[in-house]
Design a protein around this ligand. Structure first.
Ligand code: UT7
Length: 355
């Protein structure tokens, strides 16, 4: 038997129905539609319905679409990979909740949670690809989903972060195929924790102030009593994501072209061979900068951040699915996925489209 590689056999996405425009955010904080559009390209985003939708349930909606397209039953899934930074619970992760939601028997499936934020989908794809290449699994469900809206600071203090993010979910089913058939060519992954706190959601956590020698976070004397969240954190609202936007922006526009180039180089290909680039939807200005740097025409780069904002682990599979449904990706096309974000972590994946 020849060697195997993985291919995307089905894909799907789901975005919550509620559309939140920039104008609506203007009512909550000191921001303007013009500022948001000029700096990020975002016009609107979706917010899930509290109590009715969670990261797992919207992930499940996307997953069902992907499973149906792959032409299999949910019970045939033998491994779940769930990428998110906004999980339903601190633990256990969304992987097992999705397994329960999809009613897949626990005796035949494993579930893994990925915590790599914006590059979570690329990391997940890389893991799935390795598992399929070794022959361990045959139908891997990879989901990227976020319910950011549940954990954002809707006051002016949080505006630089809050205006960017939106909720959504995307999923793919990966299956084995022959080495000569279209499928995943390679993945490259990188990480640099030097910048861990530059884009982070730090509290609640078990750090106890260690990393920043912050001893004044209000932990009770004589131990934490099982509390990760202190009264002081709550009172001073140290409980939201924070971002050094300019540093993230500057690093992103450097790392995107670098990692795309690395992936192409490893495959013996060049940028002229790429039919479609799907960059993680962090900021339209970042995507435009990367496109220009790589010299790609508009029809070879897919952006949808205008309508969904930054959906972190979900942004690539949502964009991939939309591009495919629009007929912008066809069988055998060379598709490049790339991401950069919190960690910092970044990566790229290169594939010949197999559907
Ligand atoms: O997917 C994860 C990766 N994340 C990213 O890739 C995000 C990368 N960074 C960015 O996209 C941009 O840095 C932002 C869009 C977040 C911010 O844009 P910026 O041009 O870098 O703005 P800034 O943070 O340097 O802030 C400039 C000014 C500040 O006011 P002052 O101090 O000059 O008076 C901010 O307070 O803009 C202000 N500002 C806002 N004003 C209106 C920040 N956010 C807002 C806002 N509305 N939403």
């Amino acid at each position: 038997m020849g060697s195997i590689r993985s291919k995307i056999a089905g894909l799907g996405y789901y975005v919550p129905e509620t559309v939140v425009s920039n104008k609506e955010l203007e009512k909550l904080m000191d921001t303007t539609d013009a500022w948001i559009q000029e700096r990020t390209g975002i016009v609107e985003r979706r917010y899930g319905t509290p109590h009715l939708e969670t990261t797992t349930t919207i992930g499940a909606r996307a997953a069902k679409n992907a499973i149906e397209m792959a032409g299999i039953q949910a019970e045939e899934i033998d491994f779940i990979i769930f990428a998110t930074l906004s999980p339903d619970y601190y633990f256990p992760g969304c992987g097992v909740l999705l397994q329960r939601e999809l009613k897949i028997s626990g005796s035949q499936v494993g579930a893994l949670d990925i915590r790599n934020q914006c590059s979570g989908f690329i990391y997940g794809l890389s893991i799935a690809d390795q598992f399929i290449r070794t022959g361990q699994y045959k139908n891997i469900l990879l989901v990227g989903a976020e319910m950011h809206s549940m954990g954002l600071d809707y006051t002016t203090r949080g505006r630089n972060v809050t205006v960017i993010f939106g909720d959504g979910a995307g999923a793919v089913v990966l299956q084995p195929t022959g080495e000569e058939e279209p499928g995943v060519i390679n993945t490259v992954l990188h990480a640099d924790g030097t910048y861990a706190e530059e884009l982070a959601f730090i509290n609640p956590g078990c750090h106890g102030g260690y990393h920043q020698q912050q001893t004044d976070l209000g932990y009770p004397e004589g131990g934490y009593g099982g509390l990760f969240l202190t009264q002081k954190m709550w009172e001073e609202q140290l409980i939201f994501p924070s971002m050094n936007g300019q540093l993230v922006f500057k690093t992103a526009i450097q790392k995107f072209p670098e990692v795309i180039g690395e992936s192409l180089h490893n495959a013996g290909l060049s940028i002229g061979d790429v039919d479609m680039l799907i960059p993680h939807q962090a900021n339209l200005r970042i995507s435009q900068f990367v496109q220009k740097k790589l010299g790609l025409p508009d029809e070879k780069v897919w952006n949808n951040i205008q309508r969904y904002g930054n959906t972190t682990a979900a942004s690539i599979p949502i964009a991939l699915c939309e591009a495919f449904e629009a007929g912008a990706i066809r069988r055998n096309d060379l598709v490049c996925l790339a991401a950069f974000g919190s960690g910092f972590t970044w990566g790229a994946a290169l594939m010949r489209w197999a559907i």
